[in-house]
Ligand binder design. Structure first.
Ligand code: PEP
Length: 233
């Protein structure tokens, strides 16, 4: 069984999110689907998803509570039924300047609230071209040091593949996943390593058939019912 995480970002409005969740709840799938809607519709989507699909969040506040205007705490997400939280997505690292120090705090609060972090790592195109992919991924994974996890998900998401229609070769995906598993194996026993970046109904089966790939984190294609249905079945 593979783990498929749907990251709806802010693609869908409230009504569309609930309607899609309702349709997805009727699919019989051999894989585990986790849906991460935008914050305002988390509760409504949770109700519409039914029992078999799990709920996740796209982000979390770095502090457990207090004065952080506009943020949403781990405790709130957990009380609304979220079991997974995406942390360190490249859009947050690169567009919103999120730092490794903030990411570490977020991992801490997610674990304290008994949810499973989905830590995103991945290189930019210039880092890949200059042969630095493994070095960058190892550095991004170093935020895990000193933290304790029972369950952890790592999503390898090359920045240049997100939302671009470009994907690494299967060999490139395997190489990075093997490295991640080697690094993480020493720190956490239950880890899943997902691939993310322009996964769609055409390339999903090939990527998911790789032994080192435990699932996928999917943006754009996860907002389309027939694409997601094909990927998870
Ligand atoms: C993502 O945002 O995590 C992602 C993988 O997006 P997309 O599938 O649209 O490339």
């Amino acid at each position: 069984m593979k783990l498929i995480i749907a990251n709806w970002k802010i693609y869908l409005g409230a009504k569309e999110s609930v309607a899609l969740a309702r349709r997805l709840s009727k699919i019989k799938s051999k894989n585990q689907l986790v849906v991460c809607p935008s914050f305002p519709v988390v509760s409504e989507v949770k109700k519409a998803l039914g029992k078999n699909i799990k709920l996740g969040a796209q982000n979390v506040a770095q502090k457990p509570d207090g004065a952080l205007t506009g943020e949403v705490s781990a405790g709130m997400l957990s009380s609304l039924g979220c079991q997974y939280v995406i942390v360190g997505h490249s859009e947050r690292r690169h567009t919103l300047s999120e730092t490794d120090a903030q990411i570490k705090e977020k991992l801490r609060v997610v674990v304290s609230s008994k949810m499973i972090p989905v830590l995103c790592v991945g290189e930019t195109l210039s880092e890949r071209k200059s042969g630095k992919t493994i070095e960058i991924v190892r550095k991004q994974l170093s935020v895990l040091r000193g933290l304790k996890f029972e369950n952890l998900v790592i999503a390898y998401e090359p920045v240049w593949a997100i939302g671009t229609g470009l994907t690494p070769t299967l060999e490139q995906i395997s190489e990075v996943h093997k490295t991640i598993k080697k690094v993480i194996g020493k720190l956490v026993s239950k880890t899943k390593v997902l691939y993310g970046g322009s996964v769609d109904k055409k390339n999903a089966q090939k990527i998911l058939s790789l032994a080192e790939v435990d699932g996928a984190l999917i943006g754009r294609a996860s907002t389309d019912y027939s694409s997601l249905k094909k990927i998870i079945q």
